[in-house]
Write a protein that binds this ligand. Structure first.
Ligand SMILES: [Zn+2]
Length: 174
């Protein structure tokens, strides 16, 4: 297991939350982070502010619920992985898709996304879930199976698709 994957899993286990769908509000609470829903502009997904005494995580209320969960998990990634270096993270949606950000930021954004995937869809839990219902999922078209697995983990279908591809569990089909 790589470092980001093990960091995410250890964090869940430490707070007794290694189950799916991952209880993000409870994790945020356990970490003593203040979570604030905010009406950001449409291109902003979330932000994280690390003060001396308080960590504040904001997410965009206008986003869909899976998107909000991914944002919260992404900001947690910044907190856990990069919180000792930077104190302010503002995440614009374009950051996820564009390449026009400097390389130091880009590395952090990729790492935060990897952390988000790892904490929302821990490999062990994903494999266990699929194995338990393998006959059912085998009976479905792949697209439909991915949608149902995504629903179980409360993530978007596209997040689950990327995850399953990255874990080598399905072929790349996009
Ligand atoms: Zn970010």
């Amino acid at each position: 297991m790589n470092k980001i994957e093990s960091t995410a899993v250890n964090l869940l286990k430490k707070h007794d939350l290694f189950d799916y769908p991952v209880d993000l509000p409870k994790l945020v609470q356990s970490l003593d982070i203040k979570m604030i829903p905010h009406e950001f502009d449409d291109d902003v997904s979330g932000m994280l502010i690390i003060d001396d005494n308080q960590v504040t995580l904001g997410y965009n209320v206008r986003d869909g619920k899976e998107r909000k969960r991914f944002t919260i998990a992404h900001e947690l990634g910044h907190y856990v992985l990069h919180g000792n270096k930077n104190k302010l993270f503002l995440d614009k949606k374009s950051v996820y898709f564009r390449n026009n950000i400097n390389s130091a930021n880009k590395k952090q954004e990729i790492e935060a996304n990897r952390f988000a995937a790892a904490i929302l869809m821990p490999t062990e839990l994903l494999v266990k879930h699929i194995e338990q219902k393998i006959d059912f999922y085998d009976s479905l078209e792949e697209e439909e199976a991915i949608e149902k697995i995504a629903f179980e983990f409360k993530v978007s279908k596209i997040s689950m698709t990327y995850r399953l591809v990255n874990l080598g569990m399905i072929e790349k089909n996009f």
